[in-house]
Design a protein around this ligand. Structure first.
Ligand SMILES: Cc1ncc(COP(=O)(O)O)c(C=O)c1O
Length: 372
């Protein structure tokens, strides 16, 4: 069967991604950059993104769970699970050579036993809970737990890391306190000759807001959202990274409707005068936030066309009054574009009252990912 182009597509610029990676790597050098590609590279499609980053020089990939780790192993770079590991996942992950997080002594023992059983050495990074309160060895218990774990056979204790809940808040006391705790644990362990080749705490926000988190003793940073040219909603933006994506679709119908016509579900918009309206072939199933209803705009021929009425699952209605030459089949830019009217992930996040991560992770399944 001949392939019919999809109605809605995400254009992802691998060149911009590569430039973003280089900007991050230059900003934190000599620290290494671990690129965080969990959740299918935040929904953008993990393999093309990983290949481009590997070519750009990424030292390794960070993921959330085993399924994601296995997808990336064929690229030949170190792959590291950053969150937790369940007992039944340990054997296969040790066999595959994935770098594993140690979040408590019991996990360290299971990893050690699996490695010994398989005649292998498992590479591990100790995950410290210095204030995120999600996963990891509590700071107060860390020196004792790590000392015990380091005596176990079959482990290569390569790294130690932690995570920030407030890295977007420059000067946040908690963030500085977390780094102090981390350093105190390193000093404590060093007295017994226990040191780690890789020490990391910074995510994208910290790279922008806490230069200290990218300097010794820290020598690796983990970045996800900055690779895509986005930032958390608050906080400084010191890196000049650029958006990598544009969400596009087609104009599927044009009609002139009379004054008084109610538009879409619930008739939340009523035309004040005869209006040329366009029906655009993308809706909330594709990732358009419902919050754009009666508030956002889409770009047709570079001209902003206000959204009329409520966004539906597959379609969005816009006013074409400012773009009289619009024609059925025209390309429509829902997100992205150039110049004054460019629509950013951050604009949508503000409209939806959420953060950019949720916007990037919310593009629908039927949206084709096109790498340009
Ligand atoms: C442990 C860990 N490190 C790093 C990151 C990357 O974060 P960001 O996308 O803000 O750079 C994440 C993502 O949430 C994470 O969970």
């Amino acid at each position: 069967m001949t392939e019919i182009p999809r109605r809605v597509w995400l254009e992802i610029s691998l060149e911009t991604l590569t430039q973003n990676y280089r900007k991050i790597a230059d900003a934190v050098a000599p620290a290494d950059v671990l690129t965080v590609l969990k959740a299918n590279a935040y929904g953008l499609g993990v393999l093309p993104i990983a290949r481009a980053l590997a070519q750009a020089g990424a030292s390794g990939f960070g993921v959330a769970e085993p399924y994601e780790a296995l997808q990336l192993l064929p690229l030949g770079k170190p792959v590291q699970i950053l969150s937790s590991i369940l007992p039944e996942e340990i054997g296969p992950m040790v066999a595959a050579g994935v770098t594993l997080p140690v979040t408590d002594l019991a996990t360290a023992r299971l990893i050690s036993a699996a490695a010994v059983r398989q005649g292998k050495t498992a590479t591990v990074h100790f995950k410290l809970d210095t204030g995120m309160s999600r996963l990891g060895i509590l700071a107060a218990e860390a020196p004792a737990v790590i000392r015990d774990a380091c005596r176990l056979p079959g482990l290569f204790c390569e790294g130690i890391f932690s995570h920030f809940p407030f890295a977007y808040e420059s000067g946040s006391e908690l963030t500085n306190h977390q780094m102090d705790l981390f350093c105190a644990i390193l000093d404590d362990l060093a007295r017994d000759g226990i040191t780690f080749a890789k020490r990391h705490i910074a995510n994208s926000d910290a790279i922008n807001n806490f230069p200290r988190a990218c300097q010794p003793p820290f020598n690796v940073v983990r970045t996800g959202i900055n690779l895509h040219g986005s930032f958390d909603t608050s906080g400084k933006r010191t890196l000049h990274v650029k958006p990598v994506l544009a969400l596009k679709t087609r104009l599927t119908a044009i009609r002139t409707l009379p004054a008084g016509t109610g538009i879409g579900y619930g008739h939340t918009y009523r035309l004040a005068c005869p209006t040329r309206v366009g029906t655009v072939s993308a809706g909330y199933a594709d990732g358009l936030p419902l919050a754009l209803s009666n508030r956002g705009y889409l770009l047709i021929r570079g001209v902003p066309c206000p959204v009329l009425g409520r966004i539906s699952m597959d379609y969005t209605t816009v006013s074409l009054e400012s773009v009289p030459d619009a024609a059925v089949g025209d390309e429509v830019t829902c997100l992205g574009g150039e110049g004054l009217h460019a629509l950013t992930v951050e604009d949508w996040a503000a409209l939806k009252n959420t953060h950019p991560y949720e916007i990037i992770c919310s593009f629908g399944n039927r949206v084709e990912r096109r790498y340009v």
